[in-house]
Design a protein around this ligand. Sequence first.
Ligand code: SAH
Ligand code: SF4
Length: 344
Amino acid sequence: MDILDFTLTELEEYLVAKKFKKFNARQIFEWIYKKQVMQFSEMSNLSKNLRAFLEENMNISSFKDQFVQTASDGTMKFLFTLADNNIIETVLMRHNYGNSVCVTTQLGCNIGCSFCASGLQKKKRDLKASEIVSQILAVEEKIQERISHVVVMGIGEPFDNYEETMRFVDIINDPYGLEIGARHITISTSGIVPKIKAFAHQDKQVNLAISLHAPNDRLRSDLMKINDTYPLRMLIDAVKYYIEHTNRRVTFEYILLDHVNDELSHADQLSDLLRGINCYVNLIRYNKVEEFSYNGSNEVRANHFHQRLLNRGITATLRKEKGGDIDAACGQLRSKKIKESDGL
Ligand code: SAH
Ligand code: SF4
């Protein structure tokens, strides 16, 4: 058993069932998440008995290997090797408001959006909470600084790995854990409607982002085949349901693909679709992926699109890319490494 898979409540219950004290769980959490002590033998305020029990029954996992690329703006890309030799990708972005980490939740992605490097590899398996938590711990260790923000926007569809993603959020948000504020955590989904509704009842102040990328069903289905299962009307209804139950504003992500979804008529359709919804639109110029013919919109087209949304009363930002001089696009670095190791 990996102790990084336990939420505080789960660890308390487990230890009590094993005749230890409930507060021992807090002590262990503090050693791991506050003091970054990864050896049970060094947890000096635990009884000998408990330390021996933990040594015997628990493990604190860490990655077998790591590879780091640093961009000129300070963005760092990590490749971590898991216990079973699979490789995952994690990104650190430096902002004036703090350090933000983008985590991976699955090995590959089954949603297979037509523009996305992450979907090039079918999902091998879901990551466990411990493997997602470890990404943050490993980055903190590397830079010797605290991570203040987390975006669940790496490889994988977090709502296709719902339970482990929620467990991860619980652990990093816990005051005895990494204490990353819920409002500083954002989960991005391609639009798995039943999970958006479930998430509405999670009672967490975590931000929700929806990858929209198109303002009508025909175009969205071309880009994201998940739209055939959960078309726009269902998706928008689920988002409204979420807002009703949480009173929280939702982010819509919209990647700008040159001459695909970046016409002013698309901006008009988008503003009609989102009118009256408590949301904002995050425009992102698409990062070129070799394997696909799509190109990112140029600056002029991106600015026109942005301005059109603003003129039509939609709150929108045009995001500046980070890490432009390294393999910046989601899943690109990992897919390159996998190809290298396959000798392609
Ligand atoms: N599977 C989830 C979360 C991971 S993807 C989702 O789809 O929301 C995180 C975001 O990066 C999504 O909005 C996705 O569409 C976007 N993305 C994927 N490839 C990209 C690329 N090459 N350039 C810019 N954004 C990309
Ligand atoms: Fe998967 Fe998200 Fe990429 Fe689509 S955009 S393939 S859902 S990771």
